[in-house]
Ligand binder design. Sequence first.
Ligand code: KIV
Length: 289
Amino acid sequence: MSAHATPTPRLTLGDIAKKKAAREPIVMVTAYDYPSAQIADAAGVDMVLVGDSGAMTVLGYDSTVPVTIDEMLMLTKATRRGLTRALLVGDLPFGSYEASDELAISTAQRFVKEAGVDLVKIERGGTTVHRARALVNAGIPVVGHVGLTPQTATALGGYRAQGRTAEAALAVIDDALALQEAGVSLIVVEAVPSQVMAALAPLLRVPTIGIGAGSDADGQVLVFHDLLGIYDGPAAKFVKRYADVRAASVAGVAAYAAEVRSGVYPAPEHGYGMPEGEAARLRESLDTR
Ligand code: KIV
């Protein structure tokens, strides 16, 4: 047997396209640091998104708007170090790409060069379509994001489902088609009625990743902290909790606190000893001082 284990092959965009062609669902999850990336990779997901949802889930902001490029880069670099197989998507934060093609390219290049992302994600249609085209022309693969776009949720009337009337649904569909035309590699579709996703899916060549968009997308994405139940309080309607990590974590830390307070921890097996005779020599040295 070779001394070196065969490295796990990194997935490529070609692999993602093949999954769509084979109607094999694409699995994406968010991650924000080294351990969450390792967990996502060990679970065999196809794509990891360092979403700007990390502004709320790990940095404690009350929306995604305040997070900075440098904060997102720190989270993205840590995630990169934890991944061996899944494709890595970096989320460009609010204010870091909208104003011009040049701004979008220079921000995206930082995510590629400094954090090693495979793709960058940007939100909305409209002027974002121009930014998407500029990024693709600069050689940077792009993930579009339509429907509920949290960076501009205030303008959309809050965190609520989009495309609920025929006119509003057409606007979501037109955004997605324009992004495809601009050359994006994938499109995230967030919080739209399942009928809208069902109408959109057959119109697109590029894979779609749904979140709160029903089951007609080519794949699904959920936020790591949502699906594992890492925080308290209500989650969006589309979230399914697969674990209660917060409860298990609180119980673990409370048990530790109780054992420290009662003297149960640390036990002798958690400590280090001195070699034979050294403790006696130490005592003698202290006594002769
Ligand atoms: O920031 C994020 O986590 C996202 C996903 C919910 C798609 O944009």
